[in-house]
Design a protein around this ligand. Structure first.
Ligand SMILES: [Zn+2]
Length: 434
């Protein structure tokens, strides 16, 4: 659990610490919170009273996700203790994730539980209908479906958007998404705030995925790299629970680490970037070039911009079935990922690598193994192990992370990565428990 401080001028920070402690440890008591945070029992009691008044916390722990409350008061060591838990439905957030082929939206509650998700297909980004407006229209529709379907629209704090970087956070929030054609300089937050009527924050998709992983984890003091493989490749870095955002919110662009100095040209202007070598679109394109379009189609690929992830999945199946070209190209990509990850791990000294995103639906095991092997020469290998695993959020990692970022920002953190046009995220008062 994070440590609080008893200095009087940081009351809000302490409230965030206490709420975070209750959220991560349902059933904890005021006494345990005081011991874990270093705050006095009186300070904890005052904060808990405020949280109870706002309806964000309750006495007792739900037996099931929405079940009845277990007895709130038990006796431990002769002293009565009152178990505390959050009231998950009192604060909701929507997360939106744009991919080349579709937009995903999720509804998350305060406990981090996924309440609902929707996916809307986007027009083929190379076709005549491709532009920002239809994509924002689909996203707006998806958000509306979730908010209206929630039955408690008033509890929705805002919308988090996971967008491919780099993102210009300096003016109105512009997402200059070089991976999505036609998306340069799009003020995605302004557009979505106007179309949904909700506060919007934007986060780099890989950083959002990292925030989501952090938000749902009961453990504290984590240091990890989240490698997100979607249309492009990005990274989110967390060091001892702090999200590394960099000078402009664009830290972690692992996709533009050079892995093959004489490799293919990258959209960023460099040569041999990880993304140019290992992103699903690059792997599928190379396979098509090597075997020819007709043979690729005969093998089940569709070779359209909006079918890249499906085609990429197909390549893994072909490789397992003995297709040597598919196997070589996927191995080249996995090796490139492993080289880039090793470099990042050596630079930032993390103890976990989390792999996620739609580009790893089928190739996850292959990439995980390559990364694990690559880390065999990590500088810290004799100091601490570096574990490699797949993110539990799967393909929705960016959307879940973006929703988590809204909750994280609104309720429990000192993170400064929020960018809300015109309005602040405000927690409206809720009715007391009856
Ligand atoms: Zn690049």
């Amino acid at each position: 659990m994070r440590r609080g401080t008893n200095l009087p001028w940081v009351g809000d920070y302490n409230q965030a610490v206490v709420l975070d402690g209750i959220r991560r440890h349902p059933g904890t008591s005021r006494t345990e919170l005081a011991a874990a945070t270093g705050l006095t029992l009186q300070t904890v009691s005052n904060i808990v009273r405020r949280l109870l008044d706002r309806g964000l916390v309750q006495e007792g722990v739900p037996a099931g996700a929405r079940g009845s409350l277990a007895p709130a008061r038990t006796r431990a060591g002769g002293k009565p203790r009152t178990a505390l838990s959050v009231r998950p439905g009192q604060a909701l957030a929507v997360g939106v994730q744009f991919e080349r082929e579709h937009v995903d939206a999720v509804l998350l509650d305060l406990s981090g539980e996924l309440l609902a998700s929707v996916r809307e297909q986007l027009p083929d980004p190379t076709g005549p209908a491709a532009s920002v407006r239809p994509a924002v229209g689909h996203a707006t529709h998806a958000v509306r479906r979730l908010v209206d379907g929630s039955g408690c629209a008033d509890a929705v704090l805002g919308v988090g958007v996971a967008a491919p970087g780099p993102i210009d956070f300096t003016g109105p929030v512009r997402s200059s998404a070089i991976n999505l054609p036609g998306w340069r300089g799009v003020a995605i937050a302004d557009l979505l705030a106007a179309s949904t009527g909700l506060p919007v924050l934007v986060e780099n998709d890989a950083t959002a995925a990292a925030v989501g992983d952090l938000w749902r984890s009961p453990r504290v003091g984590r240091s990890f790299l989240y490698l997100h493989v979607g249309a492009g490749i990005g990274g989110g870095v967390v060091v001892r629970d702090e999200v590394l955002r960099g000078e402009s919110g664009n830290a972690g662009e692992v996709g533009h680490v050079v892995v093959e100095p004489d490799g293919p040209a990258c959209s960023c202007g460099a040569r041999g970037c990880l993304e140019a070598v290992a992103a699903p679109v690059a792997v599928v394109r190379r396979y098509g070039e090597r075997v020819g379009a007709a043979a690729a189609r005969a093998a089940g690929l569709r070779l359209a911009e909006h079918t890249v992830l499906d085609d990429h999945d197909r390549l893994e199946l072909l490789a397992r079935g003995g297709d040597a070209v598919a196997d070589e190209e996927l191995a080249r990509a996995a090796g490139a990922v492993a080289r880039a990850v090793l470099g990042v791990v050596n630079v930032v000294d993390v103890s976990e690598v989390v792999l996620g995103g739609g580009g790893l639906r089928r190739t996850g095991e292959r990439v995980r193994e390559a990364v694990r092997r690559g880390l065999g020469v990590a500088m810290t290998r004799e100091v601490h192990p570096v574990t490699v695993r797949s993110g539990e959020a799967g393909e929705l990692a960016g959307a879940l992370g973006a929703a988590s970022a809204v909750l994280h920002e609104a309720l429990s953190s000192t993170w400064t990565g929020v960018h809300v046009p015109d309005r602040e995220i405000v927690i409206s008062p809720v009715a007391p428990v009856h």
